[in-house]
Design a protein. Structure first.
Length: 202
């Protein structure tokens, strides 16, 4: 077992919220079983983040930008590195970079909200919104840090902590997300479904 959490009080990485929301079984494979395989999408994503993180600090008119800083929340037991934090008119905005275009799911929004929770604790300011920058469309998507998103993010944090602490493997479930997953060959959810149906029939 390579679980990152050895007690319920340990910290989890902000990026794991995205992984867990995308697929709990994938999160388990990466963080508990220690398995990870790159594909086209993960390589492109890593390359994008490396480029973003090398730019450093920058002033653009009335906006102050700082990249690749570490964020931490003791209250929610979170740690992680931001892509970009902007400060404008007394407000902080976390901005997460993604390689593709806006998808159907909220895993990217959870990651932005987790960064906002850390920033609130670190700065003492309320964070009401952030952004996701999608490299494929060169557009920012507004993320409103609503009470509902906060609740969902906090619930996901707790679910990840329990997953990593216990090491219990979530069931592999076939969804549309499986087609782009770099760990699909390690998981083979369609095979699990066939075995399950065979066992039920017999």
């Amino acid at each position: 077992m390579l679980s990152l959490v050895t007690s319920p009080e340990d910290y989890v990485n902000i990026a794991s919220l995205n992984q867990y929301s995308y697929c709990p079984h994938r999160c388990w494979l990466i963080h508990c079983a220690g398995e990870f395989t790159d594909n086209q999408y993960t390589i492109e994503g890593t390359s994008l983040h490396e480029r973003v993180h090398t730019i450093g600090e920058l002033n653009r008119e009335e906006t102050y930008q700082i990249r690749a800083i570490y964020l931490k929340s003791d209250q929610y037991q979170l740690l992680g590195k931001s892509d970009l934090i902007e400060f404008q008119n007394g407000e902080f905005y976390p901005i997460e970079y993604k390689r593709g275009r806006k998808g159907e799911w909220d895993n990217d929004e959870l990651q932005v909200c987790a960064q906002a929770l850390c920033l609130e604790e670190m700065t003492g300011k309320n964070i009401n919104s952030g952004y996701i920058y999608y490299a494929q469309t060169h557009q920012r998507q507004l993320v409103e840090i609503t009470p509902e998103l906060r609740e969902n993010t906090i619930a996901t944090i707790e679910a990840i902590k329990m997953l990593l602490f216990t090491g219990t493997m979530p069931k592999s479930v076939k969804t549309k997300r499986c087609d782009g997953c770099s760990l699909f060959s390690r998981c083979l959810p369609q095979a699990v479904d066939k075995v399950g149906r065979y066992q039920e029939a017999n």
